[in-house]
Design a protein around this ligand. Structure first.
Ligand code: ADP
Ligand code: MG
Length: 523
């Protein structure tokens, strides 16, 4: 700690009028910020607020357009990550950059600025993993590791450089609650050693739990600085969004219509050693109904989504039925043609191709289903780019997608804005059935509220909606009916008003309480 306070500096890093422009758009606009030694400093803001852009400048990944960065009181020019590391800045990115086919130690070796024998790296990584409570086998292949374990590699690789400031960009958006708790312990330890942490998050409760100070960004500008412990989640959200976050509105009673999706005795064998088998899953979703499936990550959610979407067709055709037709062996495009829409969990690469524009991403998702809307008449059947652009604009307008150009690359959108676009793209087709996996994972309060309202509105308009989510707040906000998935089995389906958090917690643990099961309605 003493060495971090050279020449009496009370700030480790300070930023003055820091600005980053992309063309005429300022992602960061005159930002002032200071980070003290030994504090956990939160950087809060809606998706698209400029948080990632700011920290990329601090780590030398992006060059500032103007402004100043001071390190221990002296101006510095951080022109590369190597320079950032040399100063004592370490970074854990939002999206990991790891080679799947290599081991943990090999991945770390690739990122070091000086050559170090693999055995030394493995030994150091092992020591750090023990010291900081981040269990990790240096010889494991990355392909075999969970998201939480992959994040530990990034943290250990940052710690190997003995940084004074560690920046984490939305580290818990990919973690289970248990993994997040472990991470918080690690952050406490780092802080105890006098290191500073710059912590980006959209989860207000966790910011209140672990951060000493918070700086709030909105549209690239600092809109507030506070002690998060003296705030409430609502007051923090207001600083981020500028207004009160809209509460999701829904009608008391929506009449349920026909069964739109029916699953009967779905069994799926695990495809990889890490997959969860699905065991005898049955459910129905009616028009007007929002069935939410709660559960801790890794209990069969992605396997269920894959079977429902047709990403992995099932062996028997009749186990999955859409509007009374067996579709188990029908692929995703065939199911789309029958009026279904799907939003997968992973935005980058799955929900959208980051290297393509929004309009090309729209065209990709409609390649077979609604081709006609985008094809001209005549022999050539050329793509009507004007129609595609108009639909893109319509979707962005409807979902309030904030972007820096008319038709930017999907990868240039912040996570929440890209997610709004992906959800909006499905809604624009007015699907009779929508299946969504983790609709607002890693998304800020404003975007999450917009997405949840859209799901409620869709059901209200007569569609059947199935939401797979780990977020209980979200589930209680949108669901008419709730079931819990645990070790590949689905609990009975309960009307939402009959379930409490505690009851769901018990079901998550696999304790199917019999008295509860009797009150579940017959689906
Ligand atoms: P946050 O991390 O707060 O969600 P970002 O810093 O990722 O936000 O993005 C801030 C804004 O800058 C967004 O509107 C985003 O679309 C835009 N942006 C980010 N990177 C680029 C880029 N390389 N080119 C153009 N615009 C970008
Ligand atoms: Mg970001």
């Amino acid at each position: 700690m003493s060495q971090s306070q050279g020449s009496g500096a009370t700030t480790l890093l300070s930023v003055e009028k820091l600005t980053k422009a992309f063309g005429s758009f300022k992602a960061c606009d005159g930002i002032d910020l200071d980070i003290r030694p030994g504090e956990v400093h939160a950087l809060l803001g809606e998706n698209g607020a400029g948080k990632s852009t700011l920290v990329k400048m601090l780590f030398g990944v992006l060059a500032p357009s103007s402004g100043r960065i001071n390190w221990r009181g002296a101006p510095v020019d951080i022109d590369s990550p190597a320079e950032a590391r040399r100063l004592g800045v370490g970074m854990v990115f939002q999206h990991f950059s790891l080679f799947e086919a290599l081991t943990v130690a090999e991945n770390i070796a690739l990122s070091l600025d000086k050559r170090t024998p693999l055995a030394t790296i493995a030994a150091q990584a092992r020591d750090l993993s023990v010291a900081y409570g981040l269990p990790l086998d240096p010889n494991a292949h990355v392909a075999d590791l969970s998201v939480g374990e992959r994040q530990r590699i990034e943290i250990i690789r940052a710690l190997l450089q003995n940084p004074q400031l560690i920046i984490l960009d939305e580290p818990t958006s990919v973690l289970t609650p248990q993994e997040a708790d472990r991470l918080f312990d690690t952050l406490e330890k780092l802080k105890g050693e006098g290191r500073s942490v710059l912590y980006i998050s959209h989860r207000l409760e966790e910011v209140q739990r672990i951060c000493d100070r918070a700086t709030v960004l909105r549209h690239g500008k600092v809109t507030g600085a506070c002690d998060p412990r003296l705030e409430t989640p609502a007051s923090l959200a207001r600083m981020m969004v500028g207004t009160e976050v809209a509460e999701v509105r829904r009608d008391a009673d929506v009449a349920m219509g026909e069964v739109t999706l029916a699953v009967e005795g779905l069994n799926v064998a695990p495809r990889t050693p890490f997959a969860m088998p699905l065991r005898d899953v049955s459910l129905t979703v009616r028009a007007g109904e929002i069935l939410a499936i709660a559960g801790v990550a890794g209990n069969g959610q992605s396997e269920l989504f894959d079977a429902l979407s047709g990403e992995y067709p099932t062996a028997e055709n009749e186990v999955v039925r859409i509007r009374n037709k067996g579709v188990g062996r029908v692929g995703i495009n065939g199911r789309r043609l029958m009026g279904a829409g799907f939003v997968p969990e992973e935005r980058h690469g799955h929900g959208a191709v980051t290297g393509l524009s929004l309009s090309d991403n729209l065209l990709l998702a409609r390649n077979t289903s609604d081709h006609r809307a985008f094809l001209g008449g005549g022999l050539l059947r050329l793509i009507r780019h004007d129609a595609v652009k108009r639909a893109t604009a319509r979707i962005c307008e409807a979902m309030d997608v904030r972007k820096s150009g008319v038709d930017p690359l999907a990868g240039a959108l912040s996570g929440g804005n890209l997610q709004k676009f992906i959800v909006g793209r499905e809604l624009d087709r007015q699907p009779a059935l929508l299946v969504v996996n983790q609709p607002t994972w890693g998304v800020d309060a404003g975007a999450a509220s917009r997405i949840r309202q859209a799901l409620v509105d869709l059901a209200r308009a007569g569609s059947a909606v199935l939401v797979i989510s780990q977020d209980l707040d979200e589930i209680f906000e949108v669901a008419t009916d709730i079931a819990v998935i645990s070790e590949g089995r689905l609990s009975p389906i309960y009307p939402a008003e009959d379930l409490s958090r505690e009851k769901i917690g018990l079901l998550m643990g696999g304790l199917h309480d019999k008295s509860g099961a009797e009150t579940a309605h017959a689906h």
